[in-house]
Ligand binder design. Structure first.
Ligand code: TYM
Length: 334
C-alpha cells in the first residue's frame, strides 16, 4: 500500500510502434485505475534490448511512449501516477539478478514468449531473452504490486512472477506482495488483420497485419478494408470465423457496443460495410489521442523533466523493497 492505496504496475516495451493490440489490451485501460490506486507505468527499455534495436529508434520510441502514456490520460503531475523509464531505475536490474537465482531453468524454458522469440530470432538467442521473465518479476515485485493489467500474452509471465514471489516468501517471509494479473474480457488478445489466428504484434513485418496507434485515418481504413475474413457474409460471432470475431472485438472495444448489438446493427449488410465501420470507429477513437500526442511531443524538455521526476519517485519506492531483500538475503549493509 502507498498512501492507503493498492498498487498497480504495468509496462510496455519501446521495441516498435505501438499497435491497437497494445492500446486495447493494455494502454487504454491504464487510466481506469488512477483515481483509486497508486499506479506505476513503465517504459521497459531493458526488456527491449533482448532483441537487437537501432539505438536512435529505441531512444525516439522511449520518448514517444512517454508521450503516448500521457496522451492516453496518464497525467504525471497526478500524485497517483508515476511514469518512468526502466533503465533510469537501476534497482530493476539489481533485483532481476537476485530473482534469477530463484527462477528455474525449466520454468523459463516453458515460457511461450521465449519459444516464439527464439524461433523468430534464431541468430540471437541470448541469455537476456531467456531470463526476461526474471526482470519482469523484478519490475512488478519492486513496487509490492497488487494488480498487473496486461493482455493475455503476458499472463504466463505474471503467473511465473507469482511463483517466484511465493518461493522467495517461503524462504524469507513477508518480503513480496503476491500480484494478480488483470485482463479485459474483450480486447485482451487482438489478432493480426492478415492472419487472424496470430496475435497482432508490433514486430510484425507485414504492415497490413497491424494497425498502429499513430496511423492516419486513411491508412487505418485501408488496413481494415484489407483485413482477412472468410467466405461467409453474415456479421456474427462464431467458431472458426477468426477474422470476423477479431473485427467484432475491435469494434466492440472502440464503440462500447456488445456483440449482440453489433450483430443487430449489421444484419443484412455485408462485410464491406462492416469493415468500413470498424475502420472509422478506430480512427475516430484514436484521433484525440493522436492530437494530444503531437502536442506533448512538441515540448521535449518538459517530457524529459517528467521522465526524471517519475524515475526519482519510482527509485524511492524501489530502493525500499531492494534494501529489504538485500537484508533478508544476508548481504552486508554498510
Ligand atoms: P509488450 O510491450 O509486448 O506489450 C505491452 C502490453 O500490450 C499487450 N498486448 C496486447 N494486448 C492485446 N492484444 C494484442 N495483440 C497485444 N499485444 C500486446 C501486452 O499483453 C502488454 O500488456 N513483457 C511485457 C512488458 C513488461 C511488463 C512488465 C508488463 C515488462 N515488465 C511488468 C507488465 C508488468 C511485454 O513484452 O509487453
Amino acid at each position: 500500500m502507498i498512501n492507503d492505496k493498492k498498487i498497480i504496475f504495468s509496462g510496455i516495451q519501446p521495441s516498435g510502434n505501438l499497435t491497437i493490440g497494445n492500446y486495447l489490451g493494455a494502454l487504454k485501460n491504464f487510466s481506469e485505475y488512477i483515481d483509486n490506486y497508486k499506479c506505476f507505468y513503465c517504459i521497459v527499455d531493458e526488456h527491449a534490448i533482448t532483441v537487437r534495436q537501432v539505438p536512435a529508434d529505441l531512444r525516439r520510441r522511449s520518448y514517444e511512449m512517454m508521450a503516448l502514456y500521457m496522451a492516453c490520460g496518464l497525467d504525471p503531475t497526478n500524485e497517483n501516477v508515476t511514469l518512468y523509464v526502466q533503465s533510469h531505475v537501476p534497482a530493476h536490474a539489481e533485483l532481476a539478478w537476485i530473482l534469477n537465482c530463484f527462477t528455474g531453468f525449466g520454468e523459463l524454458s516453458r515460457m511461450t514468449q521465449f519459444k516464439d522469440k527464439s524461433a523468430k530470432h534464431a541468430d540471437n538467442i541470448n541469455a537476456g531473452l531467456f531470463t526476461y521473465p526474471a526482470l519482469m518479476a523484478a519490475d512488478i515485485l519492486l513496487y509490492q504490486t497488487d494488480i498487473v493489467p496486461v493482455g493475455i500474452d503476458q499472463k504466463q509471465h505474471v503467473e511465473l512472477t507469482r511463483d517466484i514471489a511465493n518461493r522467495f516468501n517461503q524462504l524469507y517471509p513477508d518480503t513480496f506482495t503476491i500480484p494478480e494479473p488483470v485482463m479485459k474480457k474483450t480486447g485482451a488478445k487482438i489478432m493480426s488483420l492478415a492472419d487472424p489466428t496470430k496475435k497482432m504484434s508490433k514486430s510484425d513485418e507485414n504492415q497490413n497485419a497491424v494497425v498502429y496507434i499513430l496511423d492516419d485515418k486513411d491508412t487505418i481504413i485501408r488496413k481494415f478494408k484489407r483485413a482477412v475474413t472468410d467466405s461467409d457474409t453474415c456479421v456474427r460471432v462464431a467458431e472458426g470465423k477468426d477474422g470476423i470475431n477479431n473485427l467484432i472485438s475491435i469494434y466492440s472495444c472502440f464503440t462500447g457496443k456488445t456483440d449482440e448489438e453489433i450483430e443487430r446493427e449489421f444484419e443484412g449488410r455485408g462485410y464491406g460495410d462492416f469493415k468500413l465501420a470498424v475502420g472509422e470507429a478506430c480512427a475516430d477513437a484514436l484521433a484525440p489521442v493522436q492530437a494530444e500526442f503531437k502536442r506533448i511531443m512538441s515540448d521535449k524538455a518538459q517530457l524529459e523533466q517528467f521522465m526524471k521526476n517519475g524515475a526519482d519517485e519510482a527509485a524511492y519506492y524501489a530502493r525500499k523493497t531492494l534494501s529489504k531483500v538485500r537484508r533478508k538475503l544476508g548481504f552486508v549493509q554498510i
